[in-house]
Design a protein around this ligand. Structure first.
Ligand code: PHE
Length: 354
């Protein structure tokens, strides 16, 4: 800038003051307009900045007289700009929060965690115990052959025992929906040589009227152990430990004679009532016992059907309902609650997915 005279300097200052009067900072309509004003006056080549720089061309006396004027104008302007800026920012925050705008100060939503279905956690608990006892995992299809579901399990066609297991038949297919996990016994024995020890968890089907304790679709865990000289004592010992791990060390078992075509002898196994410890209550119908599973020693005809020599090999098998165990352990009164997917029910069981 060319050297300036005092008169020129004073004229410029007067112009600036007039400009500020015409464009008061307090009236800047938004932050952008305010910043534009700030740059025009206080920016690197703003009008006040230029005046301050030009002071160096004036005489010492003029400097002493005019310098403080320009300086105090600058201090006032700085303060006014800050004040207006704060006002505008507060107003824009208010506008944001009064619309449906994002409020970044709100705490975040907690992420929704998945849960293990109570039937799944019960099944995992059961198979976890059995696998520690040496049973390995085995599976079979839900749509099963008549042979595996019935005939090879010593339930020939037209045998009245088929009435215990009424099921669903598939159209245009010889297959049927398996009525129990016992056909996995046949599959496991046909695909490996003895000795063997398997557990077969899975879904099964019965043509049944649905009520609080019956479902046409439910789950079982099958156990099968084949070796030399397997006795009823092995079965008893195994189920005692299984039930004690599941329901607590004080649990007792009771074996009642029963009938299954694929085991001989056969038994219904009860456990001492978990609710009254055997003294009698409404849940065990005052008997002290709760009926829980079917079991027995593998029938020689079943061993023959899979080409195991019944003179050499013997074994035990058991089948237990998962829903029944889950209902007892969790205090669920109606089996249908497991299948309705009502979150109010499912959320009561707090096993989280990790
Ligand atoms: N399969 C039988 C049922 O579903 C249970 C069972 C399995 C009984 C193994 C004896 C041996 O009722």
């Amino acid at each position: 800038m060319a050297a300036v005279t005092r008169a020129h300097w004073e004229k410029e200052l007067a112009q600036l003051e007039a400009f500020l009067k015409a464009h008061p900072l307090a009236a800047a309509s938004d932050l952008a307009a305010l910043d534009e004003l700030r740059v025009a006056v206080l920016g690197r080549s703003g009008s006040l900045t230029s005046l301050l720089k030009a002071l160096k061309d004036l005489s010492l006396d003029d400097k002493k007289e005019l310098g403080p004027k320009a300086q105090s104008l600058r201090v006032d302007l700085d303060a006014a700009i800050e004040a207006r800026k704060a006002e505008l920012e507060a107003a824009s925050d208010l506008a944001l929060s009064s619309e449906d705008a994002l409020d970044l100060t709100l705490p975040a939503y907690a992420p929704a965690r998945g849960r293990v279905h109570p039937l799944t956690s019960t099944l995992e608990e059961m198979t976890g115990i059995l696998s520690l006892m040496g049973f390995s995992w085995a599976e079979g299809p839900l749509a099963e052959s008549d042979d595996n579901n019935f005939t090879k399990l010593n339930i020939p066609e037209h045998h009245p025992a088929r009435g215990m297991f009424d099921t669903f038949y598939l159209e245009n297919s010889p297959l049927l929906m398996r009525t129990h996990t016992s056909p996995v016994q046949i599959r496991a024995m046909e695909t490996s040589r003895p000795p063997l020890r398997i557990m077969a968890p899975g879904r099964v089907f019965r043509h049944e009227a649905v009520d609080a304790t019956h479902s046409a679709v439910f789950h079982q865990v099958e156990g099968l152990y084949i070796d030399k000289n397997v006795t009823f004592a092995d079965l008893k010992g195994t189920l005692d430990v299984f039930m004690q791990k599941l329901f607590g060390a004080q649990t007792k078992t009771r074996f009642r004679p029963s009938y299954f075509p694929f085991t001989e002898p056969s038994a219904e196994v009860d456990v001492s009532c978990l609710f009254c410890a055997g003294s009698g209550c409404p849940i065990c119908k005052h008997s002290g016992w709760i009926e829980l599973l079917g079991a027995g020693l593998v029938h020689p005809n079943v061993l023959k059907a899979v080409d195991y020599d019944p003179q050499v090999w013997s074994g035990f098998a058991f089948g237990v309902g998962v829903e029944r165990i889950a209902m007892l352990r969790l205090g669920v009164k109606d089996i249908r609650a497991f299948y309705e997917n009502d979150m109010r029910f499912l959320e009561q069981f707090d096993e989280n997915l990790v």
